[in-house]
Ligand binder design. Structure first.
Ligand code: NDP
Length: 279
């Protein structure tokens, strides 16, 4: 039976470390403030925004909320971002995604100063990751690296298969695993022989957004399985992209859903906010 990689516990440890670091920075007179912008009132986004603000309060960073109405124009949002970019009291800027359809997400991401890009989505942040320069890294993949390292998983030299190539998970994940000297395969919806490719993975990272798609027969005996997916059914029960009860019989270590990758995303956002304080 696989050992559970406890994302709740590891994220709590990270937040505790960050809290101490923030206290030390404050003692040197350095304050941190994260600007959190939400356009419209999508209930799921409101939950995420509240959790991010709570995490800020916990580690000792200020958060300034900008709750804009659904009909906010792209120009109005860009004007607010420009104002926050120029404001020295703001270290980090986060626009909760998705934004309403009349606003172009890429234009918004590109408008945030790379110095304040705590989500790590700006092309400059992504480019820095590609060529191994310091910069903000997308929170979910950065959190997965922490999960692996703090669970004593050796990455160097291992075969890592990542299923999914989104800009926020799959692609940055592949770059981070490459940085850690894994041999990386990226699979996606056009990949042939997905099962055989997955069976070759020492570390299998799944971010496809399809409930319980990866069954036990995709998994090599003893592999480490990281499940990024989150799905809620009509009874409010959560599941991932991996069929957990089958996978846990094959894997040596596995992340559960909930309580695996999910809690790490906010912890790593806080890590990026602390990085921004030091800039
Ligand atoms: P996207 O929908 O942006 O990307 C899904 C990727 O999976 C695409 O690259 C797609 O390929 C690939 N894919 C889809 N179907 C298949 C298939 N049958 N076989 C192989 N590849 C396939 O999703 P995200 O990366 O944003 O998110 C993935 C999951 O992770 C979702 O469930 C999401 O809710 C969750 N998530 C969880 C987070 C957390 O904090 N725990 C954070 C972010 C996401 P192609 O490119 O060819 O279309």
């Amino acid at each position: 039976m696989a050992k559970i990689i406890d994302g709740k516990k590891i994220s709590a440890e990270i937040k505790e470390e960050l809290k101490n670091e923030v206290a030390q920075l404050k003692a040197q007179g350095i304050e941190g403030t994260l600007a959190v912008i939400q356009v419209g009132n999508d209930p799921a986004s409101s939950v995420y925004v509240n959790n991010k603000k709570k995490a800020c309060a916990y580690i000792g960073i200020n958060s300034e909320s900008f709750e804009l109405p659904e009909e906010t124009t792209q120009e109005e949002l860009l004007a607010l971002i420009a104002k926050l970019n120029a404001d020295d009291s703001i270290n980090g800027i986060l626009v909760q995604l998705p934004v309403p359809k009349h606003i172009d997400e890429k234009t918004i991401i590109n408008a945030i100063s790379p110095k304040k890009d705590v989500d790590g989505f700006h092309p400059e942040s992504v480019g820095s990751l590609v060529i191994g320069q310091p910069g903000f890294v997308s929170c979910t993949p950065a959190g997965i690296i922490e999960l692996l390292k703090r669970s004593n998983v050796t990455i160097d030299g291992k075969n890592c298969v990542i299923v999914g190539r989104s800009n926020i998970v799959g692609k940055p994940m592949a770059l981070l695993m490459l940085r850690e000297n894994a041999t990386v395969t990226i699979a996606h919806s056009h990949t042939k022989n997905l099962k055989e490719i997955c069976q070759n993975a020492d570390i299998l990272i799944i971010a496809i957004g399809k409930r319980e798609f990866i069954t036990g027969d995709y998994i090599k005996e003893g592999a480490v399985v990281i499940d990024v997916g989150i799905h809620r059914d009509e009874n409010n029960k959560l599941a991932g992209d991996v069929k957990y009860d089958e996978a846990e019989k094959k894997a040596s270590q596995i992340t559960p859903v909930p309580g695996g990758v999910g809690p790490m995303t906010i912890a790593m956002l806080m890590n990026n906010c602390v990085k921004a304080m030091k800039k």
